[in-house]
Design a protein around this ligand. Structure first.
Ligand SMILES: Nc1ncnc2c1ncn2[C@@H]1O[C@H](COP(=O)(O)OP(=O)(O)OP(=O)(O)O)[C@@H](O)[C@H]1O
Ligand SMILES: [Mg+2]
Length: 357
């Protein structure tokens, strides 16, 4: 079992700094998921842990040893990439055995590990095929098999499922969850997929421009995002956010020309001036025109079967996304009145973007 600790990790390409003083402590056996917009530094961070990229500053500690200057082969870490990177001229079996052979493992040991991995990943029927004779999902499993046979101290995954179709992604997501439950290996996993992040992670790290915005269990990030950035990044459809003005520190705020009295008992007084109000689509309920925080015309209704998302034009060129029950009776063109769930509103400083309260 292996803990990984990143202390004040930095990365620069020439004068361009892309990772800024990142501190993350990954517990032994933890499944940590890195998310963030394209270009925020997820792959760079992963590659620095793997040893494929030099570390410009800070300390990388794996299993109690400083690894900054050790080559990848000495870090006992396996990395699985989005594009699989299998050897095209080798069979599935040879692909999985190759790394062990190179390390001088004996044939019996190699056979044992390959057949165990093939069993775990259900790829025994394909052991003699070449990668070109496999589907995307099967190739991805081989890439994982190649990592598993090494029995590494930790696994790194860089968007391993993004080349697969939706159904296969769900299947492989479950496989990865089961695999982790069984092997309990320390794992760092990069993804763009909200559901993968929410379902696989013990903790999620949200990155923004090379900086860690927030680290925490998935539902903590969902229910108590530390910043407007995290609030908008976690959750789909995105949290609705509005500029608002504090009228009284005890909770009266003005939003889109309406005054809303928030229940702030038990919370700190609100700062004077401009803030941002956030409400998730599922935290609205329909109400009368008099009670409404927001009213407007329903312009699009997305019926997904299990629920319905409505998009309501609330003026000031703002569109509200609202989740309705699956059997809701709404029609495009009708006027919708909604109010927010008082205990689930999110308030942020408009200056710093940090959560208030
Ligand atoms: N070799 C390089 N030279 C200069 N800049 C680089 C190099 N590699 C990456 N970068 C820059 O570093 C930043 C982080 O890149 P990185 O690949 O880590 O992003 P990412 O979060 O993985 O993005 P994506 O989600 O698109 O994969 C980007 O701005 C990228 O342009
Ligand atoms: Mg990347």
């Amino acid at each position: 079992m292996t803990a990984i600790s990143l202390k004040q990790i930095r990365k620069s390409y020439g004068s361009l700094q892309v990772i800024h003083d990142v501190d993350i402590d990954i517990a032994s056996g933890e499944f940590l998921v890195l998310v963030g917009p394209s270009g925020c530094g997820k792959s760079t961070l992963l590659r620095m842990i793997a040893g494929l990229e030099d570390i410009s500053g800070g300390t990388l500690d794996i299993g109690g040893r400083v690894m900054n200057d050790l080559p990848p082969a000495e870090r006992d870490i396996a990395m699985v990439f989005q594009d699989y990177a299998l050897y095209p001229h080798m069979s599935v079996h040879e692909n999985m055995a190759f790394g062990l052979k190179m390390r001088g493992a004996d044939t019996a040991a190699i056979e044992k590990r390959v057949s165990h991995a093939a069993d775990v990943l259900k790829i025994e029927p394909f052991l003699d095929r070449r990668p070109a004779q496999l589907s995307g999902g099967q190739r991805q499993r081989v890439a994982m098999g190649r990592a598993i046979v090494r029995e590494p101290a930790a696994f790194l995954f860089d968007e391993p499922l993004s080349n697969l179709d939706a159904a296969l992604r769900v299947e492989m997501r479950l496989e990865i969850a089961k695999l982790h439950k069984r092997m309990k290996a320390t794992t760092v996993y990069v993804t763009h997929d909200q559901v993968e992040a929410m379902t696989l992670a013990d903790r999620i790290v949200v990155m923004n421009g090379g900086v860690v915005e927030q680290i925490g269990p998935p539902l903590d990030l969902y229910h108590r995002p530390a910043s407007l950035f995290v609030a908008r990044f976690i959750g789909s459809p995105t949290m609705n956010t509005f500029p608002a003005e504090v009228l009284s520190p005890s909770g009266a705020i003005a939003v889109l020309g309406k005054t809303i009295a928030l229940n702030r008992s038990g919370h700190a007084a609100l700062p004077e001036g401009e803030i941002a109000l956030g409400i998730r689509p599922e935290d609205f309920t329909r109400c009368t025109a008099e009670e409404a925080w927001f009213s407007g015309e329903l312009v699009v209704a997305e019926r997904l079967g299990s629920q319905t998302y409505g998009y309501v034009e609330v003026g000031h060129s703002r569109m509200l996304s609202v989740e309705f029950p699956r059997d809701t009776n709404i029609a495009v063109g009708e006027t919708i009145h909604v109010k927010g769930h008082m205990a689930r509103v999110h308030l942020f400083s408009r200056g710093t973007g940090r959560r208030l309260d």
